[in-house]
Design a protein around this ligand. Structure first.
Ligand code: FES
Length: 81
């Protein structure tokens, strides 16, 4: 399995809407970070997006280094890169 690309060594703040479904990029190749734009199909076929539904309205910090163990959320893993 190939490794994820580090899209950025910092999380990004995103405003989520309760009940809305999102596709988080796990491969790091998307140009629409932190969300999937379908690039994984060509650039990282071992990966697929991580789909999730927002549990509430509000701001969250989503991972862009793609090393988090709490996808889609930042767990601080970027600090060790
Ligand atoms: S573009 Fe990265 S998972 Fe789809």
């Amino acid at each position: 399995m190939s490794e994820a690309k580090i899209a950025a060594k910092a999380p990004v703040k995103v405003t989520l809407e309760e009940g809305k479904k999102y596709a988080f990029c796990t491969c790091g190749y998307s140009d629409k970070q932190p969300f999937c734009d379908g690039s994984h199909r060509e650039d990282a076929p071992d990966f697929k997006s991580y789909k999730f539904e927002a549990e509430k309205d509000g701001d969250v910090w989503l991972c862009q280094c793609k090393q988090t163990d709490s996808a889609p959320f930042c767990d601080g893993a970027h600090k060790d890169l």
